[in-house]
Each structure stands twice: as C-alpha cells, then as structure tokens.
Write a protein that binds this ligand. Sequence first.
Ligand code: ADP
Ligand code: ZN
Length: 616
Amino acid sequence: MHDNTPSALSILKKRFGYTRFRGAQAEIIAHIQNGGDALVVMPTGGGKSLCYQIPSLLRPGMGIIVSPLIALMQDQVSALVQNGIRAAFINSSQSAHESREVMQRAAAGDLDILYMAPERLVMTSTLAFLSQQQIALFAIDEAHCVSQWGHDFRPDYLHLSLLAERFPSVPRIALTATADGITRDDILHRLAMGSATPFVAGFDRPNIRYRIVIKNNPRRQLRQFLESEHPTDSGIVYCLSRKRVEAFAEWLCDQGYRALPYHAGLPASTRRENQAHFLREEGIIMVATIAFGMGIDKPDVRFVAHMDLPKSVEAYYQETGRAGRDGLPSTAFMTYGYEDVVMLRQFVENSNAEENIKRIENQKLDALLGLCETTSCRRQGLLGYFGEEHPGECGNCDACLEPAETWDGLIAAQKALSCVYRTGQRFGVSYLSDVLLGKHNERIQQFGHHRVSTFGIGTELNNKEWRSVYRQLVAAGYLMVDISGHGGLRLTERSRPILQGKQKVLFRKERRGRNRSGSERTTVVKRQAVVFDSAADRALFETLYQLRDRLAREQSLPPFVVMMDRTLEEIAVKKPINRTELAMIHGIVERKLEQYATPLLETVEEHLRKLAQQDI
Ligand code: ADP
Ligand code: ZN
C-alpha cells in the first residue's frame, strides 16, 4: 500500500516544502493513487488539500477539484503556481476568453490541477470536454454542501453523483471538516460513493486556546483581550446581528485597530473588497456575522472572538476553527450572557420550523450552554460533543489554565427556584434578583411580591451573583426561558430534585474584579505566540516580515502565499547562510528558492554582519 510513499514524499518536499506527512495524509494519498475512492473528514487546518493535490501530481492526467468557493480559487491557484505547480481554475469570474485559454491548456496536457465550481462541472459541454481528457481524479471539497443536514447546503452539489456514471474509472475523493455522522452518511449516499473508504481524523485543534467569559462589558472585554494577547494580529470578531457588526467595527477603528465589517446586508462588492483586504494585508480584524467564513483560506488568523453566542457547538467549532490553520498558537475567545440565551431561544421560537426541529435546535443550544458553564476542560467538552474522547486537562483552555473555583450552591439554587415559583413563573432574572434581595421598587409593589415568602431571603449574595446563579441554572436545564411570553423563567422537570434537596449543585464562582463593578475575569493569560530566544532574533523576524510584505505587494499576492509566518520564524531562528541551509526550512520549496533565496539570504547576512559589528 505504501509503495508510492517515496515519490509522494519527494513531491511533498520539493513542491510543498514539508518534510513529513501529517496524520493519515500518506495513507489517503496512496489510496487515491491506487485508484480508490475516499471520504476524508479532517478538521480545518488538518491538511486536506494535499490529499488531492499530491495524487493529482502522481497520477497521469489532471486532477479536477470541485469547490463552491469561487472567490478563493484565485488564491488557491496562486499558491500552487507559486510552488511551481501547473494549476488553473475555470469559473464565472473569468471572461470567456480566459476560460477558453484554460481549456486549451487542459487539452494540451499542460495542467496538473484544475479548480471548478460544481455548476460548471455538471454542464453538458464541460462533461463532454472532460470525457476526452485524461483525468487523474475528482476531488469534491466542502463535500458537506451536498447534505441538507450540513450547514451550507448547495443544490448544485446534488448533481455530482453523475460523476460515478460518467467517469467510473476515475477515483473520487470527498473532503469535509464537518464532524457529525448523519452528514457523513449523507455525503456518501448522495455522491454515490458507497464504496469509498472513510478516513476520519481526530478533531482536536491543540494550537487553539479556548476561553469563554461572562459578558459584562463586551467592548471593554474585547479591548482587554486584544491589548493583552493580539495587539497587532489578524482575527475575526463574530456578532449576531448586522447592527452589532457595524457598531463593533466602527468602535474598533476608533480604538486604533484596522477593522472592517462583513455581513449579508452589505453590497457584494464591499464584501468582496473587505475580504480581499483581510486576506491580503496583515493585522486586519474582520467584524462579521456568520455570513463570513466558510472556507476562509487564511492560515494566519490568530484569533476568533465571539461577542455573541453561536447557534450550537458545531457552529462554535467551525467558527473557532478558522483560527490557526497554520498550526501556530491562536485563541478562541467568547463572551456570553443570559441575554444571548433569550435571544437565540426567540430565534428558534419565531422561526417557521416544525416543532421537532425546534426541539432539536433548543437541545443544541443547551449543549452549547453546557460548554460555556462547564468548570472542567473545555477541549474535553468540545470533543466529547463529537463523540471523541479526550482525557481533559489539556493545559490550553481557560478551565485548565485558571481553574474555576466552585461553591456548594444547593441552598442558593433552592431560593432561586422557589422565587421563580412564588412569583408565578413569568419574570426574568433582574426582577427575580430584586425580589430575593428585598428591594422595594415600584414593580414589585405593583405585583404584590413584597409579600411572597422569598422576598428578601437572598441578601447573602449580591445582584451580580444572583444573575450568575440564574444563568447557571438555565444552562444546566434546571430552569427554562419561556420565549412565548417575555422571556420569563419557568421551572422544569429537573427543578424538583433540587427543591427536594436530593441533588448536589455546584456553581462556578464569579471572580470579583479589583473594583466591585469591574471586570470579573481579567485576562491573565499572556499571548504565547513564538518566543524568540533573543531580541536580535525578533528583530530579524521583523525585518523578514517587512521583506515579505514588500514581495507580496510587488506581486499583488497575499503575504502568506509568498511565505508562511512559520517559514519566517524558522529563518529568524536558524539563520541559514546558503541555499542548501535555506532549502531545509519549513515551507521553502524549489520554486521559492529560485524566487526568494537572494533577498532572504541577503537579509540574514546583513543581520549577522550588524550583530558582529556590535560585538566588537
Ligand atoms: P484544510 O483544507 O484541511 O483546512 P489545508 O490543506 O489548508 O487544511 O492545510 C492547512 C495548513 O497546513 C496549510 O498551511 C498547509 O500548507 C499545512 N500543511 C498541510 N500538510 C502539511 C504537512 N504534511 N506538513 C506541514 N504542513 C502541512
Ligand atoms: Zn483544557
């Protein structure tokens, strides 16, 4: 099975600049090379592309890559061409003349890799053309688009099953980062790939640090997060509504960050421009609704910050997964609050979906809240949701780094629940805590709730602490938010054992900030990106960074297509002084050597010379 490994390996080094395969890449490549079909399920950043790019180079003919992301084809192809690979794309953004030229190259056997949108591939003329060419393989990227269960259903994908009939001897490889089993089975079924071998990788993204905090002052929390951990990095800030996207983007700009908005309400041209800036320039923060993201092929997104709750754990995983595709340390930061829960529940309630779909969506939201409120390892919880076991104590999430203190909350929970009951199960958190605290305000008087037995029985906690108690009770399913009314809280079946004192309740302790009203969780984890041994190495890295910027601008390419951060870091640390040493650096392929060896080596030499002079 591995008889191809040496040549696959040499391509890996020569064309992609890497020394070894990751995970199941070698196996998958061998399988396709031998003509087998495969379903590849790997997390974002796992290295799916090589699984079809290398077999396209190894097998006779060209590999046809089906991708829904027309906007990204250009960059994908530029990156390959930069590595000296004969690649092109055909899509609706080209003139007829341009696509004709690509077809001619294909017909002349001058292409190894050809990208296409699904609607183009299934056109009669395209199929007729392809049936006369030698095809190495068909790769169906973002394959979950074929499934209605997936989050990006595209009807055009349904037609791709015809590849099985039209090209029975050409191997097919379907790829997705979507983890759940229903979608996976659906893909195999709908693409008529019943006999494909599944390759399912683990879903852990060890380089992503997860942190989830209670929302109290989102702007200040975001600013603190950026200042302390990602002052100059590229990242994505997700918000739930268009209005919030615009407000946050504007505010970030006022704070001196380079932020751009992205949501479905902006004209297509603005969206395209903003996306291009984000991809091509350093240090831009994209503030977006979830409309932004699928397949954002930018490897150096250093953080994803959710200012509002996503819809589900899957959505959280997908969205945070856009950080750190290059494998370098990155952060997934989220603030969430009780208001988010009410709002999302209302979304579900007001949608036109059937009751059972609504129920599932509510369950999904519950699972997400569970993840937010957990006091144990977030990574373990996250992977557990996808059925993957993780021993916990990952050392790279807030729960592991700053373990939450807990307190025995049975009595408080009983007071909180009975207050809900005594006031008629229709009030929200603020009102309920006022009753517990014995406040004599107008509303309470009006409803006569200064006479209920729970009035004033909760003075041992303050307002913020009662809010936290209620939030945690909702997250754990001991209370539910009644969205048919005004978002009041109601008891559930699970409330009873607590009221009867039969159930243990542990609450997460809210940290009190330095001042009482201040932030309860200051960000204590410092940015842990590359640590250079010396200031000199860092200085060299920065010079290289500027060099890359210039090279990228000269060729109008995104900087990461010219060279990855990781490549620059390795050069700064190892300081190669000749081509042979430079060729050993991660990401330096033959073609890059030809193009960039001179400026890179000159920069290193100049640096070493300056250092030597200082020593004297
Ligand atoms: P996916 O499509 O699964 O999200 P990519 O194919 O874009 O992931 O790969 C993510 C990153 O990892 C890219 O920068 C890619 O060049 C890099 N990569 C992939 N395979 C390897 C490998 N074997 N060694 C080192 N880096 C790799
Ligand atoms: Zn952890």
